[in-house]
Ligand binder design. Structure first.
Ligand code: NDP
Ligand code: 8X3
Length: 253
C-alpha cells in the first residue's frame, strides 16, 4: 500500500513545494486548492517529476461540508492519510485595526483557523483508527510575535499555534505526531495575495535581502516527517538569515 500525504493549498508556494517534496520522498499525494486549472497543472508536474500518484481535489477549505465530503468520499486506496499538512492560508490586507476590512478579517479567520480545523476534524479520526499519523500545521513567525498592522493575521496564526499544541495533547495517546512549522518571510504568492495584486507593494516585501523560498520550508516539513517513530518535532521556527524577528529585517541599500 502506498503511503498517503494530504497537503492543503498546494496550487502555489509552500504547499506546492511541500507536495513535491513529499512525493519525492515516496508519498502519493492528495493536493487541494480552489484554482482548478493550477491544481491540474501542479498535479501533472508532480506526477511527471516523481512518478507518484497525485489526487487533485478542488476545494475551498472554508466550506466545511465540502471538506468533510471530500475526505469521506475518498476511495480505499487514498483514505489512509498518514500525513496531513494544513498549509492553505493567507494574509488579506495590512491595515491598522481601526481601518481594517471586515471581509479581509473573515477570509483570514475562515481559512487560517476554521479551514485548518475542518481538515483536522475530517482527517484525524482516520489517523486515530489506524493509531498512526502526523499532522503538520503551517503557522508563522506571526504566530509567535505581533507586528504593526498584522493584528488579525497574527491573531489567526497565534490561534494555529494554540490549536497545534491542543491537538498534540489530544492525539498523543493515539500515537499521532503533531508539528507546527513557523516560517518568517517566504517569497511566494503570499504578498501578492495580501496586497490584492499590487505587484509593486508585494515585490517590496522581498527587496534588499534574500528571503526564504518555498523549498526551504518544504525541507523543514520533510525533516519533521522523516524523523524516527519515537521522535516528534513540536515546532520549527525558520527565518531568512536576514530576518531577526517578525518586524526586523536587515535590508542592504
Ligand atoms: P501562497 O499564496 O503562495 O499559497 C497559498 C495557498 O493556499 C495556495 O495554494 C492557495 O490556493 C491556498 N488557499 C488559500 N485560501 C484557500 C482556501 N480558502 N481554500 C483552499 N486553498 C486555499 O502563500 P504561501 O505558500 O506563502 O502560504 C502558505 C501558508 O504559509 C499560509 O498558511 C501562510 O499563512 C503561511 N506562511 C507564509 C509565509 C510567507 O511569508 N509566505 C510565512 C509564514 C507562513 P488557491 O488560491 O488555489 O485556493
Ligand atoms: C507570513 C510572514 O511576517 O508577513 O506569515 O507575518 S509575516
Amino acid at each position: 500500500m502506498a503511503r498517503i500525504a494530504c497537503i492543503t493549498g498546494a496550487t502555489a508556494g509552500i504547499g506546492k513545494a511541500t507536495a513535491l517534496a513529499l512525493a519525492k520522498e515516496g508519498y502519493d499525494v492528495i493536493i487541494t486548492g480552489r484554482r482548478s486549472d493550477k491544481l491540474q497543472q501542479v498535479s501533472g508536474e508532480i506526477a511527471l517529476k516523481t512518478g507518484r500518484e497525485v489526487l487533485p481535489l478542488t476545494l475551498d477549505m472554508r466550506d466545511q461540508q465540502a471538506v468533510e465530503k471530500a475526505i469521506t468520499n475518498l476511495t480505499a486506496e487514498w483514505k489512509d492519510i498518514e500525513v496531513l499538512v494544513n498549509n492553505a492560508g493567507l494574509a488579506a490586507g495590512l491595515d491598522f485595526i481601526n481601518e481594517g476590512s471586515i471581509d479581509d478579517w473573515e477570509a483570514m479567520i475562515d481559512t487560517n483557523i476554521k479551514g485548518l480545523l475542518y481538515a483536522t476534524r475530517a482527517v484525524s479520526p482516520i489517523m486515530v483508527s489506524r493509531k498512526r499519523g502526523h499532522i503538520i500545521n503551517i503557522s508563522s513567525i506571526a504566530g509567535k510575535e505581533v507586528y504593526e498592522k498584522g493584528n488579525v493575521y497574527c491573531g489567526t496564526k497565534h490561534a494555529v499555534d494554540a490549536i497545534t499544541k491542543g491537538t498534540r495533547i489530544d492525539l498523543v495517546k493515539h500515537g499521532i505526531k503533531v508539528t507546527s512549522v513557523s516560517p518568517g518571510a517566504v517569497d511566494t504568492e503570499f504578498s501578492n495575495v495580501r496586497f490584492k495584486g499590487d505587484k509593486e507593494k508585494a515585490d517590496a516585501v522581498y527587496k534588499g535581502y534574500t528571503p526564504l523560498f518555498a523549498d526551504d520550508v518544504a525541507e523543514a516539513v520533510l525533516f519533521a516527517v522523516t524523523r524516527p517513530p519515537h521522535v516528534n518535532i513540536n515546532d520549527l521556527l525558520i527565518m531568512s538569515a536576514a530576518q531577526a524577528s517578525a518586524a526586523y529585517l536587515h535590508r542592504e541599500e
